[in-house]
Design a binder for this molecule. Structure first.
Ligand SMILES: Nc1nc2c(ncn2[C@@H]2O[C@H](COP(=O)(O)OP(=O)(O)OP(=O)(O)O)[C@@H](O)[C@H]2O)c(=O)[nH]1
Ligand SMILES: [Mg+2]
Length: 193
């Protein structure tokens, strides 16, 4: 199933893509021009094998005719932001507007904060901010995650949970220190079946 990475320049989409593909972190990536994709079999939390076809493009690239081919037919859309840069979270509203014409009732959104290895001060985007953004934008709060592509913290949990959700599994999700329950017990259907 097609999964795309979406968000501003420099938030770590290509770093995510490289970790997915090769399980490593490359410090100096160039800003992405063009498109790249990779397919991998992922084991979901309930034992299914899910073929994830992940797409990466540059934050400045998704314009004009490219937009439709990138967005079209995606089953999963990973809205990514940098926890150190609040503007990258608020920009996702613009991305959501852009994507809106191309989605259907089977599209599932994920909200993914990256760079938690350098999360430090109060001005950084915390999990509550992300959960509020999700609530305001009709993204299931179960689909909110925080990771560090650099250290790998939370990465495997996100990939497994994403595969589980996309294959319509109902957990159990691997508990993760960064995704502790914040008293939000709401269950939202992932309209994927
Ligand atoms: N500290 C930290 N830095 C990261 C992390 N992930 C990516 N970076 C750094 O962030 C910078 C931008 O990463 P990219 O993966 O190129 O960002 P991108 O979203 O693909 O950018 P565009 O292709 O221009 O849209 C690079 O210097 C990465 O090394 C992370 O988890 N932690
Ligand atoms: Mg890139």
């Amino acid at each position: 199933m097609k999964v795309i990475l979406v968000g501003n320049v420099g938030i770590g989409k290509s770093s995510f893509f490289v970790r997915f593909k090769e399980n490593r972190f490359v410090e100096q990536l160039h800003s992405t021009i063009g498109l790249d994709q990779a397919t991998k079999d992922i084991q979901s939390g309930d034992g299914k094998t899910v073929k994830v076809n992940l797409w990466d493009t540059g934050g400045l690239e998704v314009q004009g005719s490219m937009t439709s081919s990138y967005y079209r037919m995606s089953k999963g859309i990973v809205l990514m932001y940098d926890v150190k840069d609040r503007d990258t979270l608020s920009s996702l509203r613009m991305w959501l507007n852009d994507i809106n014409p191309y989605i259907n009732e089977h599209t599932t959104f994920f909200l993914l904060g990256n760079k938690i290895d350098s999360f430090s001060t109060e001005i950084d985007v915390n999990r509550n901010d992300a959960v509020n953004f999700a609530k305001n934008n009709n993204i299931p709060t179960d689909n909110v995650f925080q990771i560090s592509v650099k250290t790998g913290n939370g990465f495997e949990n996100f990939i497994t949970s994403m595969a589980t959700i996309l294959s319509c599994g109902r957990g159990p999700f691997v508990p993760d220190i960064n995704n502790v329950n914040l008293g939000d017990n709401q269950r939202h259907p992932n309209n994927c079946c």
